[in-house]
Design a binder for this molecule. Structure first.
Ligand code: CO
Length: 284
């Protein structure tokens, strides 16, 4: 049976396609919400995905609690400063930083002098049991990233796995994050647990996605349909032109979300506590 290895894997389709508008935030800062904040249940376990083009001075020192941020630098050199380690780290194009804010960090992301940084920052919600976990940083260097190679396709694995390629990235909430680069005509399948909720973001080019071959092109966000009740699922991608696309998928938490500024907790009381702890210097 030629199809034997795919038995039981639900072929995902695309339930919705949208294009995120880009807004000018300041003189040296443009932003686009690829995933809009506020749609917590729909995007669970993700809170939002922001795309930014920014220069030095766009962001000041700020705290976080109850989340992880995943910052992928696509262009420019980004400085990261954290008040606990008092260290400056640099992210270069192709690198990503997986930051588990847990009970609290104070940090700043700032482009190096003269640089315009183009980045994507995903906020991953943390479950109740891990919101107050110890803060933790993982710098995912481009050169060290797990890569899956198929005919006409290169798949970089930031988190989770693709085929035999597996990222070493530590997850609290299981997340698959992969970047596909496909030559025209190339076709690949990505496996995902059926329980995962996810979406694709087309960085460049045109392709056909999922069971019904939904069309997606540059800057389209394609939301995967649910595969609940299936242990395994897969999403198929076919490049029409040269295609670059990111896939983010993760295990939903299904917990109440109370988000205010940089803090995301389960209750309003925990938000009040976060502000109090921050004021009292308990973050770093
Ligand atoms: Co931040």
């Amino acid at each position: 049976m030629a199809q034997h290895h795919e038995q039981g894997a639900y072929a995902r389709g695309i339930r919705k396609v949208r294009t995120a508008p880009i807004q000018q935030v300041g003189p040296g800062h443009r932003n686009s919400y690829i995933l809009e904040p506020g749609l917590w249940e729909e995007h669970d376990p993700f809170l939002f995905l922001a795309e930014d083009w920014f220069r030095r001075g766009s962001f000041d020192l700020h705290p976080h609690r109850g989340i992880e941020t995943v910052t992928y630098v696509m262009e420019g050199k980004l400085e990261h400063f954290d008040t606990k380690t008092n260290q400056i780290d640099y992210l270069l194009p192709g690198d990503a930083q997986w930051m588990t804010a847990g009970r609290g960090v104070i940090h700043k992301e700032d482009p190096a002098p003269g640089e315009m940084v183009h980045s994507l920052q995903l906020w991953v919600n943390l479950p109740r049991a891990h919101k107050m976990t110890e803060p933790y940083y993982q710098n995912l260097r481009s050169a060290d990233m797990a890569v899956r190679s198929e005919p006409g396709a290169t798949i970089r694995v930031f988190s989770g796995s693709s085929g035999e390629a597996k990222a070493a990235t530590r997850n609290i909430v299981p997340v698959t994050m992969v970047e596909f680069t496909l030559e025209p005509g190339a076709k690949v399948k990505q496996e995902l647990p059926g329980a995962y909720n996810g979406f694709l973001f087309v960085l460049e080019g045109e392709g056909r996605f999922g069971r019904d071959g939904a069309k997606g092109e540059t800057r389209n966000v394609l939301f995967l349909d649910s595969a609940e009740g299936h242990e395994r699922s897969e999403i198929e991608l076919t490049a029409v032109t040269k295609l670059r696309a990111l896939l983010y998928a993760g295990q939903p938490l299904r917990e109440p979300v109370v988000a205010q500024g940089p803090f995301v907790m389960n209750t309003y009381e925990e938000i009040v506590q976060a502000y109090e702890d921050y004021r009292n210097g308990k973050f770093a």
